[in-house]
Design a protein around this ligand. Sequence first.
Ligand SMILES: [Zn+2]
Length: 327
Amino acid sequence: MTLDVLQLSRRGFFGMGAGAAALSALPVSLAQAGGHSGGFTAEPVSYHTVKLGQFTITTILDGAISLPGPHPIFGQDQEAAAVRKLAQDNFLPPEQQVISFTPVLVDTGNETILFDTGNGAGRRPNAGKLKSIFEHVGFDPAEIDIVVLTHFHGDHIGGMVEDGQDMFPNARYVTGAAEYDFWTGPAKDIEALKKRIPLIESNVAKFAEKMTFLKPGQDVVTGITMQDGFGHTPGHGVYHIESDGKRLMLMADTANHFVVSLQRPDWHVRFDMDKEKAAETRKRLFGMIAADRIPFTGYHMPFPAVGYVEAMGEGFRFVPASYQFAI
Ligand SMILES: [Zn+2]
């Protein structure tokens, strides 16, 4: 199965006016044929803008990959049949899945802030499109004031450097203190993690002098506060975003599958470094936004990766956002 991220519409650009920007999210384009057989693939537009108080929030589709699963990546500690059934009950194929990647640009009016940087071009097929999307819409990454890294997995830090060049020459960087301390300390001595270290050195540690290290409860800027999302990685950060009383949670990798991780938050996920802590964090954070009925964006949620959750059974039901931000 080939997933071509479609040609981007040239009608819009980041930072356009509120009403038009919100509505620009609505048209759906079709993927280019791209020379592969097997018909066409319908894909959503590559970026989606919503207004949150004075802030403009744009989710950007860095790409999407298709791979076997959800089991055993999701429900690693469960019988394959149970995971297959959950997928099918939710109208999903039982043995093949799509995982997408969604960096988020927040324009506060004072600062332009990018949360996570995608895979980086060429790191894997059908992903690493952030740079080319910026080029298509005529957005200069030099305009980004702050890059926030939620955690240091490759699909989040891969776009920091492209072709040996720093992608964000004018930015300062923000990340969780615990995340940085782990990956530049104990991780180096853990055999299973050693293969991840070179990318962290070239794409994160290199920028240490321009980096601010946050603890939960500390702000990136006024209105954007880090919260404890620990578990997926030791210092995985989530961010509470608020403007004019409107709130949205940036959940990063708290849940990596919109059905399996949300409906069965206790099930183990291969990508979670501490399975139990990640499950506890998932239930705590999604429990909070379900109770408060506030929207969230999640890095691996189906594009445009904005929605809500409702408590259901032992977990949560994902409700994709539609026009809530547009009117
Ligand atoms: Zn991720």
